[in-house]
Design a protein around this ligand. Structure first.
Ligand code: SF4
Length: 445
């Protein structure tokens, strides 16, 4: 009997990494590895890393230290590091962590099977070359088909925007779009395997295909994907506010399958700070797009990101951020204190605001947002929402699903409803979740 090989995979950071990890699981299955939640039983440990936050490299080296001790007991164990930190560190990783067998960059997933096979024969390998054509999407159709009813589908990678604080263009390379035909093919295959919701994924989906004149642009792509049989619901992320077009906004009114949710990161509410960030829009322009979205899709849930304490942010700038937040009424907001990423432009900016002041600003912003989120969740009480049931809740004693607006809902019901969209009456709005009751237990096929 051939013994099953075990993969332990840890994923850090953004949705792009989550999506890449789904591909990694599929690729590793293809060469005989099944996932395990326990690294001490693994034959292969892969870390899919992220360098968005400060001290990302130290965190990765810290993690690798833990795995080194497992390798002492399991000498055949293969350890690999991928993602943005691997892209940045490259050879340094193999030097600083000699027990690591392979390092793969953000464009090299398609080589992973052969890299692991080589590691099984004792070879160490590093692949961090940037690819500037569609080859980087090769094997993107390979995904773990057992992981539920919702799936990310990569439509583009990289970014040309060079926001002053952001490491992404340095570690993910320049923007490149995948052909619409291949995307639709992948979505159709996912639908055939039972997936009912897809999220089209890219660093800036609004500029999808901008370098491919004559090809479908992003609004056209949404329409093509919405036509795929079996797909009930469609989402996308992330949108750059400067690039969201009237045609894309109109899609929320015109494509019934397009979920009424958009993640539209403002990052700041002060024009001075937005300029220093190189964001390419003013707060008025941002608010204009928000107003157009609300007009096209009343009830749309808007989420965002906000950076507090960007170099040069003064008290008045922060007040403008608070005012913008209030006007938008975000359903949720991911907010952070700015931290310099080496290699970015903002890392060279003088930063005179003290740590305590930044912390106080963040706490004020987060307290205000918590209040807004709770109010918005409570305002949904008594409404009927279309909920896609994803499976069991974390506690395993209820079902978990999501509204079109991407709010998580706990509800009672039969697990056989998983994958279906059911009408649910919201009975309670909590801070992070909604509680609901199914109105029609048979769901909508
Ligand atoms: S748009 Fe700006 S923040 Fe987003 S990935 Fe590109 S450079 Fe980074």
């Amino acid at each position: 009997m051939i013994q099953e090989k075990k993969l332990y995979l840890e994923t850090f950071g953004c949705q792009m990494n989550v999506s890449d990890s789904e591909k990694i699981v599929g690729l590793m299955k293809g060469i005989g590895y099944q996932q395990t939640p326990d690294p001490t039983h693994a034959d292969l440990i892969l870390l899919n890393t992220c360098s968005i936050r400060a001290k990302a490299e130290q965190k990765v080296y810290g993690h690798l230290g833990k795995f080194k001790s497992i390798k002492r007991k399991r000498p055949h164990l293969i350890i690999g590091v991928g993602g943005c930190v691997a892209q940045q560190e490259g050879e340094r990783l193999l030097e600083k962590a000699p027990f690591v067998n392979l390092v793969f960059g953000t464009h090299n997933l398609h080589l992973l099977q052969e890299m692991v096979a080589a590691a099984e024969t004792g070879k160490r390998r590093i692949e961090t070359d940037f690819l500037d054509d569609e080859k980087r999407f090769d094997l993107y159709g390979v995904a773990d088909t057992d992981s539920g009813f919702t799936r990310f589908v990569t439509v583009m990678q990289g970014c040309d925007n060079f926001c002053a604080y952001c490491i992404v263009p340095h570690v993910r390379g320049r923007e490149i779009s995948r052909s619409a035909g291949k995307i639709v093919e992948e979505v159709a295959a996912l639908a055939a395997s039972g997936v009912t919701e897809v999220t089209l994924l890219g660093q800036n989906v609004n500029s999808y295909s901008s370098k491919n004149p004559g090809e479908p642009d992003f609004p056209d792509l949404l329409r093509l994907v919405a036509e795929v049989d079996g797909i009930e619901r469609l989402r996308f992320t992330t949108s750059h506010p400067k690039d969201i077009s009237e045609r894309l906004i109109a899609c929320f009114a015109e494509i019934p399958k397009l979920a009424p949710h958009i993640h539209l990161p403002a990052q700041a509410g002060s024009d001075r700070v937005l300029k220093a960030m190189n964001r390419g829009y003013t707060s008025a322009e941002y608010l204009g797009k928000v107003a157009a979205l609300k007009a096209a899709c009343p009830g749309i849930q808007i989420t965002g990101d906000m950076i507090v304490g960007f170099p040069g942010e003064e008290a008045g700038d922060f007040e403008e951020t608070m005012a913008l937040m209030e006007e938008v009424g975000y359903a949720d907001l991911f907010s952070f204190i700015y931290s310099a990423r080496p290699g970015t432009k903002a890392a060279e900016f003088p930063d005179l605001t003290g740590k305590e002041e930044k912390q106080a600003r963040l706490e004020r912003l987060q307290t205000a947002q918590k209040k807004t989120t709770l109010e918005r969740n409570r305002s949904m009480e008594g409404t009927i929402q279309e909920v896609l049931v994803e499976g069991l809740s974390d506690s395993k004693d209820s079902l978990f699903g999501r509204t079109g607006g991407n709010r998580g809902v706990i509800l009672e019901g039969d697990l056989a409803l998983a994958g279906k969209v059911v009408p649910v009456k919201i009975v309670e709005g909590l801070q992070t979740l909604l509680k609901g009751e199914i109105v029609d237990p048979h769901g909508r096929e």
